[in-house]
Design a protein around this ligand. Structure first.
Ligand code: NDP
Length: 246
C-alpha cells in the first residue's frame, strides 16, 4: 500500500471524510495537496500534516468553477511536479422536498458535487494521460443508488457521479488510468451531524451492520482503490455502507 513518491490531490481534504482519506494516503507516504474552499481550514490541516513529517500543502479552490480548478492543477503541478492520485471528495447538501426546493439549492449541489467532479477529472486527465498512469476515486453516496426523500439534488448529483465515473473509466483506461467510485452510507461527519435524531434512527434500522460508519471506514476503501493492488479494477462502485445496499 506504499504511496512513496506519489502526489495525491484531495478535494475537500481539510476535514471530514476527505481528511481521513488524506490520513490514509499519508500513512502510505503520499505527498498531499489538500484542497478546500476555505483558506484557513485548508492551511490548518496541511500544517497539522507537516508537523507529523508529511509533505503537505494547502490549496484553495472552488471545485465548481472550471477556471479555478485549472489554476489549482497548474499550482499543484508547479509545486509538486505531477498529480498521481485525484480524490474527488468535496461535496455539499442543501436538503428540501422537491416541492419546496429552490432553484439555488438544486444548482449549488449539482455545481459542487457533479460539475466539481467533472472539472477535476477534466483537469487531471491531460497530465495523467501524458504520464500514462493515474488513479481517480470519486466519492459518490448510497443515496445516488437508493434515492432519499428530501435529497433530490444530492441524489441526482451522486447518481451523476456514478455515471461520470464509468464514462471516465472507459475514456482513460487505455492509458493505465483507473477511475472508481466509493459510495459511503451513513458516516459520522459534520454533514450527517445536521440530521435530526429521527433521520439518524431511520438510517440505523436499514444498516445490517447496525452502526454508523466512520470516515476511516471510507478512507481505507479509497486507499485500496488508489493502491497498486487495485490496478485491474476500474469503473466500479465500492459500497462502504454497512450493507445498506446489496
Ligand atoms: P463535510 O461537509 O464534512 O466536508 C466536505 C468538504 O468539502 C469540506 O472540507 C468542504 O470545505 C469541502 N467543500 C465543499 N464545497 C467545496 C467546493 N465548492 N470546493 C472545494 N471544496 C469544497 O462532508 P463529509 O466529509 O461528510 O463528505 C465528504 C464527501 O462524502 C462528500 O462528497 C459527501 O457527499 C460524501 N458522503 C458523505 C456521507 C456522510 O454520511 N457523511 C455519506 C455519503 C457520501 P470547507 O471546509 O471549506 O467547507
Amino acid at each position: 500500500m506504499g504511496f512513496e513518491g506519489k502526489v495525491a490531490l484531495i478535494t475537500g481534504g481539510a476535514r471530514g471524510i476527505g481528511r481521513a482519506i488524506a490520513d490514509e494516503l499519508a500513512a502510505g507516504s503520499a505527498t498531499l495537496a489538500i484542497v478546500d474552499v476555505l483558506k484557513d481550514v485548508a492551511e490548518a490541516t496541511a500544517a497539522d500534516f507537516r508537523s507529523r513529517g508529511v509533505t503537505a500543502e494547502a490549496f484553495v479552490a472552488n471545485v465548481a468553477n472550471l477556471a479555478d480548478v485549472e489554476r489549482l492543477f497548474d499550482e499543484v503541478i508547479a509545486r509538486f511536479g505531477k498529480v498521481d492520485i485525484l480524490v474527488n471528495n468535496a461535496g455539499i447538501t442543501r436538503d428540501n422536498l422537491i416541492m419546496r426546493m429552490k432553484e439555488e439549492e438544486w444548482d449549488a449541489v449539482i455545481a459542487v458535487n457533479l460539475k466539481g467532479t467533472f472539472n477535476c477529472i477534466k483537469a487531471a486527465s491531460r497530465p495523467m494521460l501524458k504520464a500514462r498512469a493515474g488513479r481517480i476515486v470519486n466519492i459518490a453516496s448510497v443515496v445516488g443508488v437508493m434515492g432519499n426523500a428530501g435529497q433530490a439534488n444530492y441524489s441526482a448529483s451522486k447518481a451523476g457521479v456514478i455515471g461520470l465515473t464509468k464514462t471516465a473509466a472507459k475514456e482513460l483506461a487505455s492509458r493505465g488510468i483507473t477511475v472508481n467510485a466509493v459510495a459511503p452510507g451513513y458516516i459520522q461527519t459534520d454533514m450527517t451531524g445536521k440530521l435530526t435524531d429521527a433521520a439518524r434512527e431511520a438510517f440505523l434500522t436499514v444498516i445490517p451492520l447496525a452502526r454508523a460508519g466512520t470516515p476511516a471506514d471510507v478512507a481505507r476503501a479509497v486507499r485500496f482503490l488508489c493502491s497498486d493492488d487495485a490496478a485491474y479494477i476500474t469503473g466500479q462502485v465500492l459500497h462502504v455502507d454497512g450493507g445498506m445496499v446489496m
